[in-house]
Structures are given as structure tokens and as C-alpha cells.
Write a protein that binds this ligand. Structure first.
Ligand code: SF4
Ligand code: SF4
Length: 361
């Protein structure tokens, strides 16, 4: 039984790798130096409808993580790989009645899996060392500055699209954190920017929502609009959504670090069984309508909500402009006559409005 922090750290790192995490690093709790950037992001409304990110707790915790866990003496940052969208590109084209899903959502819901893995990690190391350690874990479940913490822990740098990017796995990683009341020797922060002169993600973003300070204007980001946003999606974004029905992988796909990154499905549950990022709306429709929460019980897609997800499906089907897709739109509204769905359907099935789409500025 050992309380030696060096030994504890070695065991944590070895066990995290055994459990399928691909990168792990440690930082000491400190004030993170992105305060003015974050504050400006909130004050200029770039957080869109994510008002929870502007709460007093969120503001405090984003800058100083121990605001959430006052006993915090170390923070473990963990990365686990998700499917690289470059491997899921559809060579044959998408069916007019299918839609494209963000690659991170192809496997089992990462919140569920990574929370389990972190619990296994901590209980295993605590059992082996005999240390009495208090800890608290998060995977997008607390307002942690997960990317800044990952930089502090040496996992990677923040790319121009605002995502954490890593030399080994590009940006196809989920981040999670464990705060603990044991002071562990911190790792070296990553101080280099490996984006260099590259600007591919900024140029490729279909809505030009990537800002010069490496943040996003969520109001214009297709990931935000299809996942977090409640209510109508402004018509200016309909055409640009194309075949997407949940999230957007464009800035991930074009990044050179994702084109040469290793793909190691070490936590199998985070990867799908088949190599496709398409959902056949037609086949899935009865389950989506009757049992949305059960059907997506173990999927991050649940986050969009039933009305939001069907709204996305309607836009995709309207974009297909085929008789089959139009028929499926009719079927959605007749089987699920929710007031919002009726409203979206009316806008999307109106030929005049289809032909006179507003241009995205
Ligand atoms: S997810 Fe899509 S819309 Fe959002 S920043 Fe990336 S490319 Fe742009
Ligand atoms: S595409 Fe280029 S600029 Fe964008 S994150 Fe990747 S390396 Fe950086």
C-alpha cells in the first residue's frame, strides 16, 4: 500500500491505458488564462442558447476548476478516441431518405461509457494503493474548461476550430477529467501550436463561424444548431445543412492531423459495428416516433430531443428534393403532428420558400 504520489501517478497512467484511454496527463489546479476570451465569448452572445455556460458557477469553474471541488489538488485529463469521420466517408452517396450523423455519435453515448471507465480507473488505483482519495469526475457534465485543462496536462493544443488537437489522434478524441484531493506531480503543458499556417478548417466551415480567437460563434455552427438549439433553424442554414441530421464533421474531416492520425478503437463501445455514418430515416422512423428515448437510450443523439431531431430530418428530406423524401416528410407530420413539426413542415414543404431560400451571409 503506497501513498507515494509518483507511484499513484504511474498506476493511474498505466491503468488508464489498460482501460482504453489513449492520452492522459495531469495538471495542478490553477487559474486558467483564458478568462477574457471566455468572458468576451459570453458577452457577445456567441454561446447562443447555451445560457448555462453563462451562469455564475460556470464562469467561476471555467476559470478555476476547484470552484466545483474545493479539495482539488490535481486534475487528471483523459482522452479517448472516437471514430475518425475520414473513415466513414460515404463513397456511394447518401440515399435521399438517409441522413448523416456526426462521427462522435456513432457509438454508445460517451458520457455513459467514460463515466464508467473513470470509476473503474479510480477504484482500481485506490484499491491497489490503499490511498484514501476523494475525487470527482466529469465528461461534459460539469462546466470544466476541458480543452484548456488538456493543454495544461500536455495532451495537445487548441486548434483554430476551437477543438483540442493532438499529435497522435488529431481532434477525434473525447475529453474527460477527474479532480482529486491528492497532489500528483503535474505533466509539462503543451506550449506549441501545431496549426502553423494551416487554415483549412476555417476555410472549409460551411457557415464561416470559426472566429480568429479560436472560438466559434455557436449561433452559426451546424453542430450547435442541430444538437443544442431548440426551435426553428433559420432558413438561411437549411441548404447548407445538406444531408446532415445530427452535428457536423467538416472541420474535423479537413484537418491534416485527422488525416494522418492513428485509429485505435480501444474502447469498442465508442465505435459502431458497421462502417457507416448514415441513418436510414425511413427505416428508423417508426421507432423514432414511437420510442425516441428508448431508441436512442444509449446514444448521444438523445441530446437533440425528439422534436429537434425530427426537425433536422425534415430539413434533410426537403434538401433531397425527391418524391420519396417528400413522401417521408408527409409521413413524419402525419404520424407526429406536434405543433412545431407542423410549423417546420409548412415552411419546408412550401415550394416558393424552397425556391427563394435566403442566402447565408
Ligand atoms: S462543426 Fe461545422 S459548422 Fe461548426 S465550426 Fe465545424 S465546420 Fe463549422
Ligand atoms: S485544420 Fe489546420 S488550422 Fe484547423 S485545427 Fe487542423 S491544423 Fe489547425
Amino acid at each position: 500500500m503506497s501513498s507515494n504520489p509518483e507511484i499513484f501517478k504511474k498506476l493511474i497512467k498505466a491503468e488508464a491505458k489498460n482501460l482504453g484511454f489513449c492520452l492522459i496527463g495531469i495538471s495542478a489546479p490553477q487559474e486558467l488564462n483564458h478568462y477574457s476570451k471566455y468572458q468576451n465569448w459570453i458577452q457577445t452572445g456567441k454561446n447562443a442558447g447555451m445560457t448555462y455556460l453563462a451562469s455564475k458557477t460556470a464562469l467561476e469553474a471555467k476559470i478555476f476548476p476547484p470552484a466545483l471541488f474545493p479539495d482539488c489538488k490535481s486534475i487528471i485529463s483523459l482522452a479517448a478516441q472516437f471514430p475518425n469521420p475520414n473513415q466513414y466517408q460515404n463513397a456511394t452517396g447518401t440515399q435521399p431518405t438517409s441522413g448523416i450523423l456526426a462521427s462522435y455519435a456513432l457509438g454508445t453515448d460517451y458520457h455513459e461509457i467514460l463515466m464508467q471507465q473513470m470509476t473503474l480507473l479510480m477504484t482500481s488505483v485506490i484499491d491497489r494503493t490503499g490511498n484514501e482519495v476523494k475525487w470527482m469526475s466529469a465528461v461534459d457534465t460539469l462546466p470544466m474548461a476541458e480543452r484548456e485543462l488538456a493543454v495544461q496536462a500536455g495532451l495537445g493544443w487548441i486548434g483554430k476550430n476551437g477543438m483540442l488537437n493532438t499529435l497522435e489522434y488529431g481532434s477525434t478524441v473525447f475529453l474527460s477529467e477527474i479532480m482529486l484531493d491528492l497532489a500528483l506531480p503535474p505533466d509539462e503543458p503543451q506550449s506549441k501550436d501545431f496549426c502553423g499556417e494551416c487554415n483549412l478548417c476555417v476555410d472549409a466551415c460551411p457557415t464561416h463561424c470559426i472566429l480568429p480567437d479560436r472560438t466559434l460563434d455557436a449561433n452559426r455552427c451546424l453542430s450547435y444548431l442541430t444538437i443544442e438549439h431548440r426551435g426553428e433553424i433559420p432558413s438561411a442554414f437549411h441548404e447548407v445543412l445538406g444531408e446532415r441530421i445530427f452535428g457536423c464533421d467538416t472541420c474535423i474531416v479537413v484537418c491534416p492531423w485527422n488525416q494522418k492520425s492513428k485509429s485505435e478503437p480501444r474502447i469498442q463501445a465508442l465505435f459502431p459495428e458497421s462502417l457507416t455514418n448514415q441513418l436510414d430515416i425511413k427505416t428508423s422512423l417508426p421507432e423514432i416516433i414511437e420510442h425516441f428515448h428508448r431508441y436512442f437510450q444509449h446514444s448521444a443523439i438523445r441530446r437533440a430531443g425528439k422534436v429537434g431531431f425530427l426537425r433536422n430530418c425534415l430539413i434533410r428530406l426537403a434538401n433531397a428534393q425527391t418524391a420519396n423524401a417528400d413522401q417521408l416528410m408527409d409521413e413524419i407530420v402525419s404520424r407526429f403532428p406536434h405543433p412545431d413539426i407542423i410549423k417546420y413542415y409548412a415552411v419546408l414543404s412550401n415550394k416558393d420558400s424552397r425556391d427563394n431560400k435566403k442566402e447565408l451571409e
